[in-house]
Design a protein around this ligand. Structure first.
Ligand SMILES: Nc1ncnc2c1ncn2[C@@H]1O[C@H](COP(=O)(O)OP(=O)(O)O)[C@@H](O)[C@H]1O
Ligand SMILES: [Mg+2]
Length: 257
C-alpha cells in the first residue's frame, strides 16, 4: 500500500531544467513516484509545478535532465508518447472538446471502432458501444455527476467538465495518472468525488501525482508530498512527519524542512 516509497520508482526525474527565454521554469528538479502511492506536489505560484508535470508527460521537452519510466530512460516528445506509455494527464488548462458529447470526450483520440470489416474498412465509430463503455467506466469510477453521456460537454458546468477530464485520465491511465489542480474549480461534493477517485486509482495499483493548493486535501490524500520551490524540490515530506503549517513554511522558504 501507500507510503512505502521503496523499490524502483515508476516515474522519476533527475535534474530537470526547463527555461523559457530568460525565465527559469525548472532549475534542476528531482522527483520520484513509487508504486502504489499518491504523490502530492505543492508549491507557490510560479514554483514550477505545472512545468514539472508537463516535462514528465510530454507536453514540454526539458532542456536537460533525465526522465525514467520503470528505471529506463524515456524521451517523451509529445503528450501522445506519454499516453502510449500508460501515463494519463489532466492539465491545468482543460483539454475537452466542448461540441462533442461526454462519451466522445472520454474516448477522444482512441474512439472505439466497430468490429469486423465495416469497422476496419470504413473506420465507422461504434457510437452505441462507446456510450455503453462510457457509462460503465463512469459507474465503475463512482462518478455520479455525469448522468447522460450523450450531453455535449459545452452544456456542462465547469466542475462537470473537470469530472470528464479526470474520468478520461482514470479510465485510460494504466501506469500513472497525473492531475494538475483537479479540484480548483470544483464544489465541495465534486471535490470529494475526485479525491475518492484518486483513492480508487491507487487501490487499483495506479500511482497518482496530484498538484493541489488545498492543504487539507493534500494532507488527506497524499502518501508523500513533494514541495516545489523556485524551480527545484525543497523537500519531500509526509502527512505523518509534518504539519500543514510546516509544509507551508517550506513552500515559502521560511523553513528549510
Ligand atoms: N510557456 C511559458 N512561457 C514563459 N514562461 C513560462 C511558461 N510556462 C511557465 N513559465 C514560467 O515558468 C515558471 C513556472 O511556472 P509554472 O510551472 O506554471 O508554475 P506553477 O504551476 O508552480 O504555478 C513561472 O515563472 C512561469 O511564469
Ligand atoms: Mg500550475
Amino acid at each position: 500500500m501507500g507510503g512505502r516509497a521503496s523499490g524502483t520508482p515508476v516515474l522519476q526525474a533527475r535534474g530537470l531544467v526547463k527555461t523559457y527565454g530568460r525565465v527559469v521554469g525548472l532549475d534542476g528538479v528531482d522527483l520520484e513516484l513509487y508504486p502504489g502511492e499518491v504523490l502530492a506536489i505543492i508549491g507557490d505560484n510560479g514554483a514550477g509545478k505545472s512545468t514539472l508535470i508537463k516535462c514528465l508527460t510530454g507536453a514540454e521537452v526539458p532542456d536537460s535532465g533525465e526522465i525514467l519510466l520503470d528505471g529506463r530512460p524515456t524521451h517523451f516528445r509529445r503528450p501522445q508518447d506519454a499516453r502510449a506509455a500508460g501515463i494519463e494527464t489532466v492539465y491545468q488548462t482543460l483539454a475537452v472538446s466542448p461540441s462533442l458529447d461526454i462519451a466522445s470526450n472520454l474516448f477522444l483520440g482512441r474512439e472505439a471502432r466497430r468490429s469486423g470489416l465495416i469497422g476496419s474498412l470504413f473506420r465507422i465509430v461504434d457510437t452505441a458501444g462507446m456510450r455503453r463503455r462510457a457509462r460503465e467506466e463512469l459507474r465503475e469510477l463512482g462518478i455520479t455527476t455525469l448522468q447522460d453521456v450523450t450531453v455535449p460537454v459545452e452544456n456542462l458546468s465547469g466542475g462537470q467538465r473537470q469530472a470528464v477530464a479526470v474520468a478520461r485520465a482514470a479510465a485510460f491511465g494504466s501506469k500513472v495518472v497525473v492531475l494538475d489542480e483537479p479540484t480548483a474549480a470544483l464544489g465541495v461534493r465534486e471535490s470529494r468525488q475526485v479525491l475518492e477517485l484518486v483513492r480508487t486509482l491507487r487501490d487499483r495499483g495506479v500511482p497518482v501525482i496530484i498538484i493541489s493548493h488545498n492543504m487539507p486535501h493534500v494532507f488527506e490524500i497524499a502518501d508523500r508530498i513533494h514541495v516545489q520551490r523556485l524551480g527545484r524540490r525543497a523537500a519531500t515530506i509526509t502527512p505523518q512527519t509534518h504539519t500543514m503549517t510546516e509544509a507551508v513554511a517550506i513552500m515559502t522558504g521560511a523553513s528549510e524542512g
